[in-house]
Design a protein around this ligand. Structure first.
Ligand SMILES: Cc1cc2nc3c(=O)[nH]c(=O)nc-3n(C[C@H](O)[C@H](O)[C@H](O)COP(=O)(O)OP(=O)(O)OC[C@H]3O[C@@H](n4cnc5c(N)ncnc54)[C@H](O)[C@@H]3O)c2cc1C
Length: 452
């Protein structure tokens, strides 16, 4: 424990990771490049700066973000302790005064006797340490990561399409098939790999009208995206011509609706996002529409009138590693298990998710430095389910993910009638998640750290 451990990036994940390590007895050097070098979104030199909204989302455990936070609290979290202290009225959401929050993180980290903060842009990946440089990782380090992991392993933009839950898709309208019956997929069998939502001509025309007039985000400097093939927003493609989608991602060729035995005018295809088939991705529907507009417009797709959105679409600047292709289950380099990644750069999305991976990275690096194996909570917990996604998602279509109930293992032994009650189902997910988290923590003797 004599050599210091290096944490690169003093954002949410890096600050949490540094705290976890220091509280577990390790000397830590935290490298933060601000203010020597800024990013396009950060405005201050404070550690743990929130770059955009001031909320960590719901505190209710019947909400996926609330459950993740409750799990984090069983392990002790610097970020959540500082958020609690900076809380402002926001209903059931953990909404904070951003200045009080980051000042709290900043002061606690600086005051910790085992943490040294250095202000420098790191261009190297530490052999014993944690890379937590976030979605706006500086170019020099991003290039270094790319060189180490391989070109295909680090993306610079997300082009995220919405994901809906399987159970919310109307199976009386959507049909399972692959184009020409050819695009098979492991496990899809005779059924075909896609769920197809068929449009009539009138439905298609109404959809295009709504899509092309819906309200969208305007690009900021930090996330202005040079649109390229495969990343073009669906609304932009529709604006280039009313038929573009019908000849692009919504083309009906090779598909027949088995119920009407006709070729649909157009189709929206959903592709399985997880192996259990709970989450389905709207293929080609990466979008910059505002969230309420996504819900309104995409629910016009036949079969999606009652769609539950587990993740909304987005397109923005985001450096992230293709974790299922390049990292170990505990998010380390495959050839260097004590070089871990944490935060948004691992392919999670959001303040809470980023902090959670910082927490577990700190715990695991500490374990390895003590000669113990790294451990990951089970997929009955929200944290473990996120890690499973990062481990098992299809590397060819890997897109960042936020906490959501579709990631969790199904509830076993619960009558179908009970599961139909969405509120009760979420309560059961939460009860199981929290008890699994405590059992996992106790099994591996992971102590909870103090954030005082
Ligand atoms: C513009 C934008 C807006 C976002 N808005 C939200 C939102 O409203 N809500 C939400 O939940 N999520 C949001 N996110 C997503 C994400 O949750 C946040 O970016 C979150 O801050 C990620 O935490 P992190 O610790 O991984 O990265 P960060 O908090 O960004 O921390 C990374 C740190 O690493 C430093 N750094 C980078 N490169 C180097 C280097 N080479 N050497 C040393 N230091 C370096 C950076 O200066 C930064 O301080 C947003 C992302 C972006 C880009």
């Amino acid at each position: 424990m004599s050599k210091p451990v290096h944490v690169v990036g003093g954002g949410l994940a890096g600050s949490e990771a540094a705290w976890q390590l220091a509280e577990r007895g390790h000397a830590v050097v935290l490298h933060e490049m601000r203010p020597v070098r800024g990013t396009a979104a950060h405005r201050t030199d404070k550690l743990g700066e929130l770059v955009c909204s001031n909320t960590f989302k719901s505190t209710e455990t019947s909400n996926a973000h609330g459950l993740l936070k409750a799990e984090m609290r069983t392990l002790g979290s610097l970020i959540l302790a500082c958020a609690d202290e900076a809380r402002v009225p926001g209903g059931s959401a953990l909404t904070v005064d951003r200045e009080i929050f980051s000042q709290g993180v900043h002061d606690r980290i600086h005051a910790h006797p085992r943490i040294t903060v250095t202000r420098e842009e790191m261009g190297e990946i530490p052999e014993i340490g944690i890379v937590a440089t976030g979605p706006l990782t500086s170019d020099v380090l991003a290039e270094r990561i790319r060189a180490r992991l391989g070109v295909e392993s680090l993306a610079f933009y997300d082009a995220i399409a919405p994901v809906v839950s399987f159970e919310s898709v109307d199976q009386g309208t959507a049909f399972r098939a692959s184009r020409w019956g050819k695009e098979t997929m492991e496990g899809a069998g005779e059924e075909g790999a896609y769920l197809n939502c068929p449009f009539t001509r009138d439905e298609y025309e109404a959809f295009i009208d709504a899509l092309t007039t819906a309200d969208q985000f305007t690009a900021h400097e930090f996330d202005s995206v040079p649109y390229f093939e495969g990343c073009m927003p669906v609304e932009e493609m529709a604006r280039r011509g009313r038929e573009s989608l019908r000849f692009g991602p919504m083309k009906p060729i090779g598909l027949r609706d088995p119920r009407t035995d006709t070729k649909p005018w157009a189709v929206a295809q959903l592709r399985m996002e997880d192996r259990a088939g709970r989450m389905w991705n709207l293929v080609g529907f990466q979008t910059r529409l505002r969230i309420p507009e996504q819900a309104r417009v995409f629910r016009m797709i036949p079969g999606l009138a009652d769609a539950e959105f587990l993740r909304y679409g987005s397109i923005h600047r985001n450096s992230y590693v293709n974790a299922p292709a390049a990292l170990t289950p505990h998010l380390a380099l495959r050839d260097a298990p004590t070089t871990l990644f944490a935060g948004q750069i691992t392919g999670v999305e959001g303040y809470t998710e980023s902090s959670a991976t910082g927490q577990l990275a700190g715990i695991n690096l500490s374990r390895m430095l003590r000669g113990e194996e790294p451990v990951v909570p089970p997929p009955t917990t929200m944290m473990g389910a996120l890690y499973r996604y990062l481990r098992e998602a299809d590397p060819k279509h890997f897109q960042p993910m936020n906490a959501n109930f579709g990631l969790l293992d199904d509830l076993e032994g619960v009558p179908a009638k009970v599961l139909k009650d969405k509120t009760r189902k979420r309560e059961l997910f939460a009860e199981r998640g929290l008890s699994s988290m405590t059992a996992w923590r106790d099994l591996h003797a992971v102590s909870a750290v103090s954030a005082a």
